[in-house]
Design a protein around this ligand. Sequence first.
Ligand SMILES: Cc1ncc(COP(=O)(O)O)c(C=O)c1O
Length: 383
Amino acid sequence: MKRSRRSEIPPFYAMEVLQRANERAAAGDDVLHLEIGEPSRRPPKRVIEAAEEALRNRPLGYTESAGLPELRARITQHYEDFYGLSVPFDRVLVTTGSSNAFLLTFLSAFDVGDRVALASPGYPGYRNGMAALGIRVVDLPAGPNSRFHPSVELIEACGEKLDGLIIASPSNPAGSMLLEDDFKTLVSYCISNDIRIISDEVYHGITYGERAVCARALTEEAVVVNSFSKYFAMTGWRLGWMIAPDDLTEPAERLAQNMFISPPGMTQYAALAAFECLDEYDAEVHRYAENRAILLEELPKAGIERFAPADGAFYLYADVSELTDDSSVFCEAMLAETGVAAAPGIDFDPKGGKSYVRFSFAGSTEDIGEAARRIVAWRRKRS
Ligand SMILES: Cc1ncc(COP(=O)(O)O)c(C=O)c1O
């Protein structure tokens, strides 16, 4: 029987590492999870209570496709409070995780065969998701010179006439942020060359110095995508949002109506409460900062000492090329011999990823300290 060619996309390897790590844990091994990029703590009590309240007292039928009006209004308020930006209510579309916002963006902005560029290394969901939709993915080989981000030089060097560009600052896997001036240069280049900008802002709020810049502050033409998964620690609750530019708002909404009907109702009520808990979320970011400091201090003792600038998110992207010529083999051995799971770079960069490993430090501080101790002992034993 017929099976689509579009579904022949690579797996998300970090999920496979997670599966192997879970199998080891089920067999009794003491496994530490530094492979998976999600907050380890539950959302604040008020969020859980709001979800319970919604379960008991709300009808929880479909909501409007673009989301509960009160949540869309609360999101516009968040832009005012956090960035000093005024965002029109009807540009905000609530989605089932940012993953669905990306799908709506790709479908509303691009046709089969259009070319969309992204930094490599980058989040695999963009590359693989766009490939399944028939969009031509143009990898920009971004390394330390461009802080692992796209740049005008990289775009010009790729030799393609682009229709779109994805920017993610802070980046997954690198954690690095685009400097404001570089961001402005990229935006004005894209506008003058008719390139649609998609700004993935799902790690906004999780930064360790400067605040991240919202693309909407630089242009109203950009599609801004955000999520309740990371800063708001609600991964499994599946809620995100997008701010659509004028010309994509209605197409994206029509696609959402037809493909998803509405985002999950109970979660939307809970998300309203999330905005009342920013102090708790910021405390969590302080904890990530402690975890980051532990890895930055300890991993060099294991010979892992070259990192992308970890300005935000909860990842250290480490160059391990002096220790291995294949980071997948390195990660396998590390899991087998120390119980520490980490994601090989191949997930994020099919070409250069063999030189890199991504360590997630979203876990408990105790686990991160113990993982660092085991990695240092392991490398010392091997050398
Ligand atoms: C950079 C980036 N964008 C988007 C997503 C998708 O997240 P969600 O669909 O949970 O909002 C992730 C998840 O890890 C991510 O790292």
